[in-house]
Design a binder for this molecule. Structure first.
Ligand code: ATP
Length: 280
């Protein structure tokens, strides 16, 4: 099939099931998709309540970006049904959001598994770094659990391509302040380096079993705290080597932060050391 049609899905090939949750644009349902090869695939169907042209365009922009992504740790787009009411169809990850999974499985998850999750998210972000794409909403609520050993970064609703040396200036106000870098809070400046800051906050969430970062502060108090040099404290379960990486992700100057490819190497190294300690 021509590549432009690769993601076009006919509504008749989709059976809609129960509601999974509420998305920004409308309900998300479980479903089954019958692929052209006859395979039955479990899917998540995102719907859009408001079918006006401009809302529909915003809704479909996430799918537009996802068509260009192919990575083992990024949520996989299966297709789009563009006839009203529009649907975005994705692979289903039945174990749900990582945030909730961490709470439910906190007594089961080993330290090594938590590092594996962070490494997988980091690999997904290193892939986006290579494409000059900024995600802008990295948090455990936006990571889905495919299996006990595999997580997938999702929610590309705020993602944008940026030109090299450039940045994306956000206009909207629905921004996750407690996850954001100082330059994003102050100047709405979003770059791969601000994604690195957010990734650091997401790793903090993983080792805190999904506590809210800065739950002890109001949104309005966060920036003044960051400017005095205060940072999120080391979660009890976080190995010191990982916390020192987080401190580097939270350097005030964006250019002083490590890249995602450097972070992949460091996390791999830490994981190897922990495995050697546990199994020797
Ligand atoms: P927001 O921007 O407010 O987060 P959204 O429009 O991006 O909303 P999601 O958060 O992605 O919507 O989805 C709403 C719910 O559906 C969430 O509980 C999410 O965990 C679930 N969900 C979304 N996609 C999938 C999927 N592929 N597999 C399993 N669950 C999913």
């Amino acid at each position: 099939r021509p590549s432009k049609d690769k993601y076009r899905i006919c509504r008749d090939d989709v059976t809609v099931g129960r509601i999974l949750g509420e998305g920004f644009f409308g309900e998300v349902h479980v479903g089954v998709y019958k692929s052209p090869t006859g395979e039955r695939i479990q899917v998540a169907i995102k719907t859009c309540k408001d079918c006006s042209a401009d809302v529909k365009e915003k809704f479909l922009s996430e799918a537009g970006l996802m068509k260009n992504l192919d990575h083992p740790h990024i949520v996989r787009l299966i297709g789009v049904s563009e006839v009203d009411p529009v649907w975005i169809i994705m692979e289903l990850y039945e174990l749900g959001e990582l945030g909730q999974y961490l709470v439910e499985q906190q007594y089961v998850l080993s330290g090594a598994t938590l590092i594996v999750y962070c490494l997988q998210i980091c690999k997904a972000l290193a892939y986006l770094e290579g494409l000059n794409m900024v995600h802008r909403d990295i948090a455990v609520r936006n990571v889905l659990v495919a299996s006990h050993e595999c997580v997938k970064l999702g929610d590309f609703g705020l993602s944008r391509y940026i030109d090299e040396q450039e940045y994306y200036k956000a206009s909207i106000s629905r921004l996750p302040i407690k996850w954001m870098a100082p330059e994003s809070i102050n100047f709405r400046r979003f770059t791969t380096a601000s994604d690195v800051w957010m990734f650091g906050v997401c790793v903090w969430e993983v080792f805190s079993m999904a506590q809210q970062p800065f739950f002890w502060l109001e949104n309005g108090q966060v920036i003044s705290q960051l400017e005095t040099g205060a940072r999120l404290p080391k979660p009890q379960l976080c190995p010191p080597t990982i916390y020192s990486l987080l401190s580097r992700c939270w350097a005030y100057e964006p250019q002083a932060r490590p890249s995602f490819s450097q972070l992949v190497c460091s996390l791999r190294c830490t994981l190897t050391q922990i495995e050697i300690c546990c199994f020797s």
